[in-house]
Design a protein around this ligand. Structure first.
Ligand code: FE2
Length: 318
């Protein structure tokens, strides 16, 4: 009889802090459900009208209940790569950001409605525009015009739904920018409602920090720099500030490399010190995966600093 095969050495698990696995699984299930709901809203939109949002509303309510407990785990899902139509994950991610940032503003939002705004904000892309958005090539002027009409189609698609008037209005306005720089109606900033201005910030940040068929992802800190410089005056400064305060410059789940060359991902944020998060080290300076798990609180290591922020990691879904 052959000798018993020794039990394999434990394989280093996914690159997350050791005590977060159960929460990550829960957040992944909730995120997966969000993807299904987003896909079903796009399906309805392709048929010409959205009539069913009960499931979407239930998901938003469930998400809001779980957010205090699952916020960090949800942010790790935010960075994951979802194959297929990127608009589904984009809609879920924008919803996550909207709810986190809206809670940080202390404004009297109806958060269930703000969540629906996130899930519905790109349904007007369903059909021709969504096919164009998945192209890896430059679009023609006419093709861009088709895409630029999606806020108008949003308004048409949700007209029979019982949603607050502000949310219906925001669905048509969130691509408008200050100084009449946006579309489709080139409105002035005073004509753009608050939920639309909040959505504009979250939509832009999510888009920049995630890869598209036609361009790579930008590192989170770089996206913030871009929004605060090139986007200055176009986006609502107060909402941008709240977004950065809530996510921090190096958000949970994003990858960083230190001046020592060691690399890892952010597993906790020191809110008062956005440049000094807690890093879960995954890789040494030679690029070799670390076999021992340990975290490093940059607040306790004044000689260490983040040299580069190579962008998000891509954890597998549950
Ligand atoms: Fe959009």
């Amino acid at each position: 009889m052959a000798a018993p095969v020794p039990a394999p050495e434990p394989v280093p698990g996914p690159s997350i802090a050791p005590d977060t696995t159960a929460l990550d699984r829960e957040a992944a299930r909730l995120y997966d459900r969000g993807l299904e709901i987003s896909a079903s809203l796009f399906d309805q939109a392709r048929r010409g009208q959205i009539t069913q949002i009960d499931e979407a509303r239930r998901w938003v309510e469930q998400f809001l209940t779980q957010l205090p407990r699952l916020r960090d785990a949800t942010m790790r899902q935010f960075w994951r790569e979802s194959p297929g139509n990127y608009l589904y994950a984009h809609s879920v991610n924008v919803t996550i950001l909207l709810l986190i940032v809206a809670q940080g503003t202390n404004l009297p939002w109806r958060l269930d409605e703000i969540g629906l705004l996130g899930l519905l904000h790109d349904v007007g892309m369903a059909g021709a525009a969504e096919s164009l958005a998945q192209q890896a090539r430059a679009l023609t002027k006419e093709e861009w015009e088709t895409i630029r009409q999606h806020p108008k189609r949003n308004e048409h698609l949700v007209q029979s739904l019982s949603l607050s008037p502000e949310v219906k209005e925001a669905l048509g306005q969130y691509h408008e920018r200050a100084e009449r720089q946006g579309y489709p109606e080139h409105k002035d900033v005073a004509e753009i409602n608050e939920p639309a201005r909040l959505l504009a910030c979250c939509d832009a940040y999510e888009s920049m920090t995630h890869a598209r068929p036609f361009r790579p992802a930008m590192a989170p800190a770089e996206a913030v720099r871009h929004l605060l410089t090139q986007g200055a005056g176009l986006f609502d400064a107060q909402f941008l500030k709240t977004l950065v305060k809530e996510l921090s410059l190096y958000p949970i789940g994003s990858r960083v490399r230190l001046n020592t060359g060691d690399a890892g991902e952010v597993c906790a944020v020191n809110r008062e010190y956005p440049l000094r998060p807690v890093i879960f080290l995954t890789e040494d300076a030679t690029g070799t995966a670390m076999t021992e798990r340990h975290t490093l609180n940059l607040l306790e290591h004044p000689t260490l600093f983040i040299r580069e922020s190579p962008g998000p990691r891509s954890p597998a879904s549950s």
